[in-house]
Design a protein around this ligand. Structure first.
Ligand code: CO
Length: 245
């Protein structure tokens, strides 16, 4: 087993050199000031690299990540990041970003025991339980991303309810909370339209985002069921385009 991670240090040297070559003075400028406009609260999943997928450079995105992008009212880690970003860096946007096929969401959905993290994932199970009847109405395969999206809008609502965000709004600071969902299969972000820029917008934005994601998953389910009952053509069915139940 390798004990020295030489390759990573080598990669780091090459990256620093290339960055400095591309924009001379890049690092010394960053040293002088950190002024990101955005706080990203995302999943720790290695396939969801925050800066990269929105094509932002170091210094442009403040980031907090944990398993299943959960925002808990008593999590001092996440709250401290939010407070620092809001009060000191004056970010303009806080974005909660979930992603498709999230392992934490799958574990929450299926009551899978994974270890200590069960206690953390418990928060996603609270979301599942709040929406259980609706989730049960969907096919099993659809439930994963449906819960992932529900989790995003619930966690974005939690962001809105923190003292950090409430205080910022109370003093008239411009701050918008968002909920997005990243597709691992195509690298694209979807805006779940849980967009809140003042306390009064929170409940209507949540209701609209919920209705919208429910309608989308229901119509997807209907089209899957529809194609099961009546494939477009025998050829299509033979070609294996017919989804499995
Ligand atoms: Co994840």
């Amino acid at each position: 087993m390798t004990t020295q991670l030489d390759e990573l240090f080598e990669r780091n040297r090459r990256w620093a050199e290339a960055t400095e070559r591309r924009s001379p003075g890049f690092f010394t400028q960053l040293l002088a000031q950190q002024a990101p406009q955005y706080l990203w609260i995302g999943c720790a999943d290695s396939r969801v690299p925050a800066n990269e997928l929105v094509d932002l450079l170091p210094g442009e995105l403040f980031v907090h990540r944990n398993v299943a992008n959960v925002v808990v009212h008593s999590d001092l880690n996440c709250l401290s990041v939010m407070q620092f970003a809001t009060d000191l860096l004056k970010v303009k946007h806080i974005i909660v970003v979930g992603h498709s096929r999230c392992g934490g969401v799958v574990a929450a959905l299926n009551d899978t025991r994974v270890g200590l993290a069960d206690n953390w994932i418990r928060h996603v199970q609270d979301v599942r339980n709040r929406h259980q009847p609706w989730l049960d109405s969907l096919p099993a395969a659809e439930q994963i991303d449906a819960l992932g999206e529900l989790n995003v809008i619930e966690q974005a609502r939690n962001v809105c309810q923190t003292t950090v965000v409430q205080d910022a709004w109370a003093r008239g600071q411009e701050l918008v909370v968002h909920g997005w969902f990243y597709g691992l299969h195509n690298g694209l972000l979807r805006d779940l339209k849980m967009t809140v820029s003042e306390p009064a917008e929170m409940a209507p934005a949540f209701d609209a985002a919920l209705a919208s994601l429910q309608a989308r998953h229901e119509s997807k389910t209907e089209s899957v069921l529809g194609s099961l009952e009546a494939p477009e053509s025998p050829a299509a069915a033979l070609a294996g385009r017919r989804p499995s139940p």
